[in-house]
Design a protein around this ligand. Structure first.
Ligand SMILES: O=CN(O)C[C@@H](CC1CCCC1)C(=O)N1NCCC[C@H]1C(=O)Nc1ccccn1
Ligand code: NI
Length: 197
């Protein structure tokens, strides 16, 4: 009797599953997630984090044709729910990731007056063309969210991890990074903005 491995085919998220700009789902206000997570919500959380892990492994990213990502929000895979995976890589090999979690029903409860922005500007797996310009965000945030177990966390983030989380939370409210770019003066930024790579 042949063993049926067909169910073993991984249902991983591939680039073809990532929704692109123009699809209305990217401009919707996502729905709150209820706990305990449904089987499909739990699978979604797992698959989104799995995408980030796989995409940050050069060999695997090449094998599956994935663009490396540090964050992925549920609307980007067509699911309008308040959930996003974040995997900020460690600065050094074998170092500790500054922030890694699936953030559910996230809320920025407070933030610095001071802005922060990436010197390279931003991109988005859901936006195929480059949109040059600085994307001003809060440099420091206090983020409250629930994890997949329903546990509430309150974390203070700054600089790159804070930028990544704000980019993801924007997706949950139908906002894309280029909405923050001043088209007439894309590289103008208030002078006390913290700029970093
Ligand atoms: O909503 C989520 N997205 O759209 C995926 C985005 C999220 C980041 C964009 C700016 C802040 C968050 C993403 O990760 N990228 N944007 C497009 C292509 C590059 C890629 C990226 O920055 N990759 C990366 C960076 C460092 C280390 C490894 N990989
Ligand atoms: Ni994005």
């Amino acid at each position: 009797k042949l063993i049926d491995f067909s169910s073993e085919v991984v249902q991983m998220i591939l680039m073809k599953n990532i929704v692109r700009d123009g699809d209305p789902v990217l401009r919707q206000e996502a729905e709150n997630v209820t706990f305990p997570l449904s089987e499909s919500d739990r699978k979604l959380a797992n698959d989104m984090m799995e995408y980030l892990v796989t995409s940050q492994d050069e060999t695997l990213a090449k094998k599956y044709g994935l663009r490396a990502g540090v964050g992925l929000a549920a609307p980007q895979v067509g699911v309008s729910k308040m959930m996003a995976a974040v995997l900020v890589p460690a600065e050094t090999e074998g170092g500790q990731s500054p922030f890694t979690d699936v953030i559910i029903n996230p809320v920025i409860v407070s933030h610095s007056v001071q802005d922060g922005a990436l010197t390279e500007g931003e991109g988005c797996l859901s936006v195929d063309e480059d949109v040059p310009g600085f994307v001003p965000r809060h440099d420091r945030i206090t983020l409250r969210y629930q994890d997949v177990e329903g546990e509430t966390h309150k974390v203070r983030l700054r600089d790159y991890p804070a930028i990544v989380c704000q980019h993801e939370i924007d997706h949950l409210h139908g906002i894309l990074f280029y909405d923050h770019i001043d088209r007439d003066h894309p590289f103008e930024i208030s002078e006390d903005t913290v700029m970093f790579d």
